[in-house]
Each structure stands twice: as structure tokens, then as C-alpha cells.
Ligand binder design. Structure first.
Ligand code: PEP
Ligand code: MG
Length: 578
């Protein structure tokens, strides 16, 4: 039995065998063989190529059913590489003439052609070099028996995923039904992996350190997403103890879920909206089941990941429409593309950035890229025709950006009107307040918008100058830091003075420790990962507004996050029942 300590990233307990996702790890293999082994190496290579071909066929079929022919076509192109006679000849020659192993022949032979493609003038051909390397990696992984890049999509049994870290593309293609838990060596509480785990309600521990990667495939694991620990090869008593904890956790979740459809309001009748953060259209229905009163953040960037070209206006319209059809009259707040930082797209050239989180991302990139921005705005507006759709711009730092974004929106509205395409001309427009400059200048921005939504995940990292995904500075990343609470209060007060409502869609909005305080500060809307909604609603319903106000006054008078947390915990509210 071995224990690993990390950051408690997503509540719940998971038990199951480890699936070690080793895609990013270095491959070790033998490079040369004896002369008498060459026939065997040729046969091994042939088998691996044919397995790769079959894998790609399955992936192609799945992708074309789920995401359409355009997206799936890339896998047919990958198959074509496997059938290319000159590529095969090159690899065979390396085995026959230099006694290369199958692994070395594929890696070096394919690399030779990738290098040639890269040297071409034509942009399209140059980009194919990356595809060819992808195919080469797939064949190598088959030969070495390590997990391949698609295996997260093709899991055949329930597992606990162990990885150094998971990129947005990794989690987007993961077969979520088969993943009981995550644990990663890197990452912080608001890193991408942690947020996805919470959206999906999958127990997770992140930032557990490099030693986590010593876990071998198939080892029985316990992931305790509340206590922040991972236990490998537990003894019988430990396994039994955690199995029983999991049963009580599930029972409590079911009890709360049964009450979740009641409205979000305090004991004395102050109404607040309790809504969901979603990352794809298919999760809207599950969010309603958990008591969501709408969607307060649709992270549209996931629509853009794991594909080779920008989703068309028609594809986006279909997607937004699918969500509004589920939500009916409930609000859908669509955030425009928030790409860049840790979310890269193969078809957008971000160039080399020293500090991607401070770089060309989100609204900055969109304002510079009408070909990306305008089709998305058109799709959102079209979806607003008969539904309760709202638009939100991310990463606003200045008033000028709000004005420019609104100009683009007006231009798109004029185009649609000229084309006699229906849309709601009164679609509410808001911004994410997630950069300290926007928070501090909220009074100046408020007259330009209909609402604010506070993005604490970024607001905390920018205010405290600590990377939200870096476990080494996770101790600094604290939502209860007095500076953060003052910024939040300032934003809420400025918005209310201008007659505008304020929501919060950062992770803090779903944190039972922070909810009474936020309620007392006057927050109007709480947008969170759907699994957090039942407990959040119960907590809100257990308090009067006056109690909450008193809590916020006391908390803001304290000088440090530790004292604020100590005070909030001393109230024992997170477990209070109606
Ligand atoms: C935030 O920054 O708080 C937020 C909700 O956006 P994201 O986590 O997608 O950056
Ligand atoms: Mg953000």
C-alpha cells in the first residue's frame, strides 16, 4: 500500500484499476537487431501498420458520427499515410539494409518524410508533417505496447486515469463513462483537468507530484477527491473503509439531488439564480436534472478543440440550438471563444509566446481575427431568435475592448438584418470580470453592458500573480484572500449602482465555504459545475439574507485568508440542513 498527497480537486471517492496515460512520456526501445531477426522485424512492422489502420478506421467512424464528416476526414488522411508505398519502402529498406528494429524503422523512416514535407513551400503540405508524426507515434505505441493517444477514447473497462497532466484535447476525447477518477502529478485546483473533473462529477486529485507516475498500469487505486489523497494497492481494511465512505457520499448526493429542483432563494425569500457551467451541449440535460435554473457559462472553446478546422457557423448554430432546446425558456449565457493560454488550436498560429496566459488569447485574439469571431457571433445571434440567449466576452481588460466587441456585434447584427435572418436585437451583452483592471474599473464599464460575471479562476491568478495550474504556487492561490474579496465586493457594488446584475462563474461560486459570504455581498447569480448545485441550493435556502450580510461584513473585516476561512468554518454552515 502506498499513499500520495495532492490537491483535492473534485469531490467523491473512486476505486478501480489504474490506467496510466503515458502519451507524453519518452518511449524506450531497441534500435538495432541481429541480421537473422530482420524477417521478424518486417513482420512486426506490417502487423503494427495494419493494427494502426484498423484503429484509425474505428476512430474515423466514431468521429464522423459524433462530430461530422469534416472533422473525421483527418483520420482518413492518416490512413493514407499508412498505405503510401514510398513511406513503406523507406522503412523496409532501413530494416533490411541497416538491421533497424521495427520501432526504429518506423520512427526514422517516417521522420525522413516528415522532414521533407516540412521543407516544402506549400503551407498545406508543411502542416501534413505534424499528421505524419502523429501516425508514426501511433505505430510506435502499438509496437512498444504503450497506451496510445486515442486509448482514452477507447477504454474498454472502468478505470482511474493516472497522468502527468491532461490537456483539454485529452479530456475532450476521453470516454467519460469509463473514467471513475483522475489523478495527476501536475495541476492546481482551477487547472483544466480539475474543472473538467468537477463538471463531470468525477472524483479527482491533482498536483500529487512526480512520484505518482511510478504507479503501474492495472494497480488498484483509491482516489479520495475530498481529502486529496491517492492510495495505491490498498490493503483490505482500507479498501473496505473507502468503499463504505463512497456509499455514504452517494447516499448524501442522492438525498440532495431529490431536493434540487426547488428554487434558489434564501429562507426569507431573496431570489438568486443557481445555474450551471457547461462545456458541451450534451451536458445541459444532466445539469437540469441536478437543479440548474439555466446555464451561466457555456465554455464554447471545447467546440473548437480536437479538430483540424474552425467549426462553421452552421455547426455552431446547431450546437447552440441543441442547448436552447433542452433549456426551453431558461437562460443560456454563451461565452465567446476563450482560446489561447493552455488551450491551443492546431489551425490557429499563436506564434511563440513567453507568457501565454498574459498573451494573445480570448477577446484579444477574437478582435484581431474576424474570420473566427464573426461566424461565432452570427451563430449565437441566430440561436437567440426565439430563446433566452445572452452573450459574454471573456478576458476584458479595458473599456475600449468592450466597445470594439460591441461594434463587431452590431456589424454582424446589420448583416443578419440585411439577410432577413431572425435574431433577438435585444440580446443581453455582458463581460467576464477576470482581470483586475476590469474589476477595479467596473464602474466605468458597467454602463456599457447588461451584466457582469466574475471569473474568479483567472481573477485570482492575475491578482495574486500565481499560475492557476502550477501546484508549486497553489498555496498562494486563495479565493478568500482579502484582496479578492474586496475586488468582488467592488464589482458587485459598482454593478448594482448602475442597475446591472452580477453573477460569478469561477469555481468559487460553487464552493460551500464561500457561498454565504458571496450571498451576503449581494451576488445575484451563482454559476457552477452542475454536481455542486444541489448542495449550494440547500445552503442558500438555509440562510436569511440578513445572516449572509452579517457574515460578509465580519469576513471582510479580517486581515487574512486564514482568519477568514477560520471564521467561515467556525459557523459550520456548509453542513447546515434545512
Ligand atoms: C474564470 O476564469 O473564472 C472562468 C470561469 O473561466 P475559465 O476557467 O474558463 O478561464
Ligand atoms: Mg477565465
Amino acid at each position: 500500500m502506498r499513499e500520495f498527497r495532492g490537491i483535492a480537486a473534485s469531490d467523491g471517492i473512486a476505486l478501480g484499476p489504474a490506467f496510466v496515460y503515458s502519451f507524453q512520456e519518452k518511449q524506450q526501445y531497441r534500435r538495432v537487431c541481429a541480421a537473422e531477426e530482420t524477417a521478424n522485424e518486417l513482420a512486426r512492422m506490417e502487423r503494427a501498420l495494419s493494427v494502426a489502420h484498423e484503429q484509425l478506421q474505428r476512430i474515423y467512424e466514431k468521429a464522423s458520427a459524433e462530430a461530422g464528416e469534416g472533422t473525421a476526414a483527418i483520420f482518413l488522411a492518416h490512413q493514407e499515410f499508412l498505405e503510401d508505398p514510398s513511406l513503406l519502402e523507406e522503412a523496409q529498406k532501413l530494416i533490411r539494409e541497416t538491421c533497424a528494429t521495427a520501432e526504429a524503422a518506423v520512427t526514422e523512416g517516417f521522420e525522413y518524410y516528415a522532414g521533407q514535407l516540412e521543407a516544402m513551400e506549400d503551407d498545406y503540405l508543411r502542416e501534413r508533417a505534424g499528421d505524419l508524426r502523429d501516425v508514426s507515434r501511433r505505430v510506435l505505441q502499438i509496437l512498444t505496447g504503450t497506451q496510445d493517444v486515442d486509448s482514452l477514447a477507447n477504454l474498454t473497462q472502468p478505470v482511474i486515469v493516472v497522468a502527468r497532466d491532461l490537456t483539454p484535447s485529452d479530456t475532450a476525447q476521453m470516454d467519460k463513462k469509463m473514467v471513475r477518477g483522475f489523478c495527476t502529478a501536475a495541476g492546481g485546483f482551477t487547472s483544466h483537468t480539475a474543472i473538467i473533473a468537477r463538471i463531470l462529477g468525477i472524483p479527482a486529485v491533482v498536483g500529487a507530484g512526480e512520484s505518482l507516475l511510478e504507479i503501474t498500469a492495472g494497480t488498484q487505486l483509491i482516489v479520495d477527491g475530498r481529502g486529496g489523497q491517492v492510495i495505491a494497492a490498498p490493503d483490505e481494511t482500507t479498501a473496505e473503509r473507502f468503499a463504505s465512505l463512497r456509499r455514504s457520499h452517494d447516499e448524501e448526493q442522492n438525498r440532495l439531488k431529490a431536493l434540487a429542483t426547488r428554487p434558489g432563494q434564501t429562507r426569507d425569500g431573496r431570489r438568486v439564480q443557481v445555474v450551471a457551467n457547461i462545456a458541451d451541449a450534451s451536458s445541459a440535460e444532466a445539469a437540469l436534472d441536478l437543479g440548474a435554473e439555466g446555464v451561466g457559462l457555456y465554455r464554447t472553446e471545447y467546440l473548437y478543440l480536437n479538430r483540424q478546422s474552425v467549426p462553421t457557423e452552421a455547426e455552431q448554430y446547431r450546437d447552440y440550438n441543441a442547448v436552447t432546446n433542452v433549456l426551453g425558456d431558461r437562460p443560456l449565457l454563451i461565452r465567446t471563444l476563450d482560446i489561447g493560454g493552455d488551450k491551443q488550436l492546431p489551425y490557429v498560429d499563436f506564434g511563440h509566446e513567453l507568457n501565454p496566459f498574459l498573451g494573445w488569447r480570448a477577446i484579444r485574439l477574437c478582435l484581431d481575427s474576424p474570420q473566427l469571431f464573426e461566424p461565432q457571433l452570427r451563430a449565437i445571434l441566430r440561436a437567440s431568435a426565439e430563446r433566452n440567449v445572452q452573450i459574454m466576452f471573456p478576458m476584458i481588460a479595458t473599456l475600449a475592448e468592450v466597445r470594439r466587441a460591441k461594434e463587431v456585434l452590431k456589424k454582424v447584427q446589420r448583416q443578419l438584418a440585411d439577410e432577413h435572418v431572425a435574431f433577438d436585437a435585444g440580446t443581453p451583452i455582458g463581460i467576464m470580470v477576470e482581470i483586475p483592471s476590469a474589476a477595479l474599473a467596473a464602474d466605468l464599464i458597467a454602463p456599457e453592458v447588461d451584466f457582469f460575471s466574475i471569473g474568479t479562476n483567472d481573477l485570482i491568478q492575475y491578482t495574486l500573480a500565481c499560475d492557476r495550474g502550477n501546484e508549486k504556487v497553489a498555496h498562494l492561490y486563495d479565493p478568500l484572500h482579502p484582496a479578492i474579496l474586496r475586488l468582488i465586493k467592488g464589482v458587485i457594488d459598482a454593478a448594482h449602482r448602475a442597475g446591472k446584475w452580477v453573477g460569478m462563474c469561477g469555481e468559487m461560486a460553487g464552493d460551500p465555504e464561500a457561498i454565504p459570504l458571496l450571498l451576503g455581498l449581494g451576488l445575484d447569480e451563482f454559476s457552477m459545475n452542475a454536481p455542486a448545485i444541489p448542495a449550494a441550493k440547500e445552503l442558500i435556502r438555509s440562510l436569511t439574507f440578513e445572516q449572509a450580510q452579517q457574515i460578509s461584513i465580519e469576513a471582510l473585516a479580517k486581515p487574512s485568508a486564514e482568519e477568514i476561512r477560520g471564521y467561515l468554518r467556525s459557523l459550520g454552515l456548509a453542513n447546515q440542513r434545512t
